[in-house]
Design a protein. Structure first.
Length: 424
């Protein structure tokens, strides 16, 4: 019998939730074929079969939390159908004639016991009385899991009954916990209908990390506004040639990513991280880009953003966004970012205070572009496309002067986009 265990998922990820069984007991599975989908804190992971055979049983249900190393299923590598193994003596192959005659003498009697160990192929079977085997089959219990009190290790009917009672006793605390949770839950008023939806593991993790960020970091937010006139004019002039040459559209994100990298180089503490009593200043620029999906916000990482040109940034962001929506992001896509950009403007947000993506110490919030009157001089006003930008930062690492300076640098680079094109 092949045990299917929860594999090592990733650094710091030690457990997951069973999202869906892709195969059911009795199904034949090929080696490498996906059996179950696990939902982890960051992404969904498929666990595949190590060997071909029949899926005999699943040991966790959808919604159960399982840890790395837990056995969650068993596969019969001999390939026998599940019904055949439970169809009585027809499914049992005696190892030799001696065993067959011993079983014949013991039929209908609980006092008789096998004196030999059966073998089927290379797999050994425990010594057990016919009554014990019959009861185990009826209860769906694997004889290999039963502890025997017999000095010779023979499994009797009483051992099977004790094993079943022990399993039921283990299940009672879980059932009692569920009952307690149900009793503690607020009573719903039939006149005021509600719908209760179980939070996904990812949503629970998002909630936990957001609270942790506010509790562990000295978080502040500073604001500024950007005149988008020059950037929008430049984009309008160049977008068609850019698309023809590179095969991707020229958007705002490449300009903001370049501006952020330029500002991080000038203010390196915004690209830092606290580790114990040390401050780690990172000399690389892996920029997280927040992407909204049906299951919640994810932040895939744009690696080495300082080495990419505008087309490379737009192409990579597009690829990461597609993988996020198709649920194809890997754990490596989500780990190791040094700074994050989030764009609430795509949903119409005018003003917000983004929450840190810990352990990072800075996050830039972009917002919607809105026409507003702007003073040109003491006498003239013009309607200009304006965007509010926000920098949330960890005051333990970043002083107010650097935070404001960082945001001003981003503003200056965006309002002079030609410099971004020339420099990078």
């Amino acid at each position: 019998m092949i045990e299917i265990k929860v594999p090592e998922l990733a650094e710091s990820v030690t457990e997951g939730t069973v999202a869906e069984w892709l195969k059911q007991p009795g199904d034949y599975v090929e080696k490498g074929e996906d059996l179950v989908e696990l939902e982890t804190d960051k992404v969904n992971v498929e666990i595949s079969a190590d060997e071909s055979g029949v899926l005999k049983e699943t040991l966790a249900e959808a919604g159960d939390t399982v840890k790395v190393g837990d056995v969650i299923a068993k596969i019969d590598a001999s390939g026998e159908e599940s019904g055949q193994a439970a169809s009585g003596s027809a499914g049992e192959k005696p190892a030799d004639k001696g065993e067959t005659s011993a079983e014949a003498q013991e039929t209908g009697s609980e006092a008789g016991e096998e004196q030999q160990k059966e073998t089927s192929g290379q797999q050994s079977r425990p010594i057990a009385s016919p009554a014990a085997r019959k009861l185990a089959r009826e209860k769906g219990i694997d004889l290999n899991e039963i502890s025997s009190r017999d000095p010779l290790g023979r499994v009797r009917k009483e051992d099977v009954m004790e094993h079943e009672a022990g399993q039921q006793k283990k299940a009672e605390p879980k059932q009692e916990k569920q009952k307690t949770q149900q009793s503690d839950a607020p009573k719903d008023d039939p006149a005021k209908p509600v719908e209760r939806i179980r939070m996904s593991r990812r949503r629970q993790t998002i909630a936990k990390r957001l609270v942790e960020a506010q509790q562990t970091a000295a978080m502040l937010t500073t604001f500024n506004e950007v005149d988008m006139t020059n950037l929008m004019d430049l984009r309008k002039r160049r977008k068609d040639k850019f698309l023809d040459k590179n095969g991707v559209k020229l958007g705002f994100m490449s300009f903001f990513t370049k501006a952020v990298v330029g500002a991080l180089k000038q203010y390196p503490y915004v690209n830092a991280e606290i580790q114990g009593d040390e401050l780690v200043l990172k000399k690389f620029y892996d920029i997280g880009v927040a992407v909204s999906t049906e299951e919640g916000l994810v932040v895939p990482v744009l690696r080495d953003a300082d080495r990419l040109d505008f087309a490379g940034i737009e192409r990579e962001i597009g690829n990461l966004a597609k993988k996020a929506h198709d649920k194809k992001l890997g754990l490596n896509d989500l780990q190791g970012g040094t700074f994050t950009i989030t764009n609430g403007g795509v949903f119409g947000s005018l003003f917000s205070t983004p929450i840190l993506n810990t352990p990072q110490v800075g996050i830039l919030g972009m917002h919607t572009v809105q026409m507003r009157p702007v003073a040109i001089d003491n006498e003239r006003f013009e309607n200009r496309p304006m965007m509010y930008i926000a920098l949330s930062y960890d005051h333990r690492v970043i002083d107010g002067k650097d935070a404001v300076g960082f945001l001003v640098k981003v503003k200056e680079l965006i309002e002079d986009p030609e410099s971004l094109l020339l420099e990078g």
